[in-house]
Design a protein around this ligand. Sequence first.
Ligand code: NDP
Length: 342
Amino acid sequence: QIYYEKDATLDLLDGKKVVFIGYGNQGRAQCLNLRDTIAQHQFQQPPKILASSLNDKYAATCREDGVDFTTDFRNAASQANVLFLLIPDHFQPGLFNDQLAPVLQKGAVIVVASGYNYFYKKLKIDSTQDVVMVAPRMIGTSVRSLFVKGQGFPCFISAEQDGTGKAHEWSLTLAKGIGALRKGAIKSSCREETLIDLFAEQALFPTIITVFEQAYTVLKNLGCSDEALCFELFLSKEPAEIFEKMADDGFVRQLVHHSTVSQYGQLKGALNFPQDIIRPLVKEFSRVAEQRVLDGKFAEEFTSIEENDTNGVQVELDRLYKQAEQSDLAKGEAKVRSRLGL
Ligand code: NDP
């Protein structure tokens, strides 16, 4: 099901206080979009907006934007009828459970932009409160720039916990407020959003990365140059254009833009892809979806990294980057970038 502007009103916002926890990527974009939507609407008592973040570059941006701002998360949360939780996912349970939940009013609406923490039951939420997901499928800068141009952006929405009896209505109101109904918002759930998101991150894209790396090594061994391979595989941005054409013309139909030889080669190759490669791949995809994501093994692993060391995630990321930069493709690319000054 897809919801559009006509399916929602802003009436629930009348006289309410909306608090944004986090003023980064999504926080700033959603806050400014809501502010501008509110300004164009007639309310009996216009809603008020307050943003809260740590006192650093985001705080400075917030002040420049003219948005009411405080570094006192608890105080901000205590005033909230609606609370947008827009700090990085791995910091949300700590801040929310320790500082925000104890002061949050009964019947408040909690808004998440990702299903992760709600799906894995990491947030302590009172049964009188609503939890809604409004999850743009876009980075924050695009959420803002498309809104300013009068355009919309794709978004998943859901009502996850209905403490007030109005959670669904709230999800539509808030989606409309940030401009997410202009192009239509897709009815989803925290489970679905988490499954699709983590599956793409942990199965689909790792497969694509691995396939590109193996293709590089095979062709390098057959005498192809680092330059030719890097440009063919990604530096030319041709793959990015192909993905754009998939969105415009169709996942398969975009092939009509390629040469006849290419169309024949791609269709024949995809339709006849060896079953003995597909079968284990499907098994691996199912393992990631069912065990790593739905059964929560990944979330457990990630939490244990954070719990062992406050800087654990960054240390682990640095180690993984170092390891990934050992592939033939990464080494070849480094040479090409240095030779061409890229
Ligand atoms: P950001 O990394 O941009 O969030 C930065 C904000 O969080 C800043 O205000 C920052 O303050 C604050 N912050 C960071 N660490 C802490 C902390 N430990 N305690 C309190 N505040 C902190 O987050 P995103 O906007 O990327 O993500 C927010 C939510 O949106 C997440 O749920 C994410 O999954 C979702 N989302 C993100 C998308 C994206 O494009 N990035 C797309 C769709 C959904 P300071 O810098 O001062 O620490």
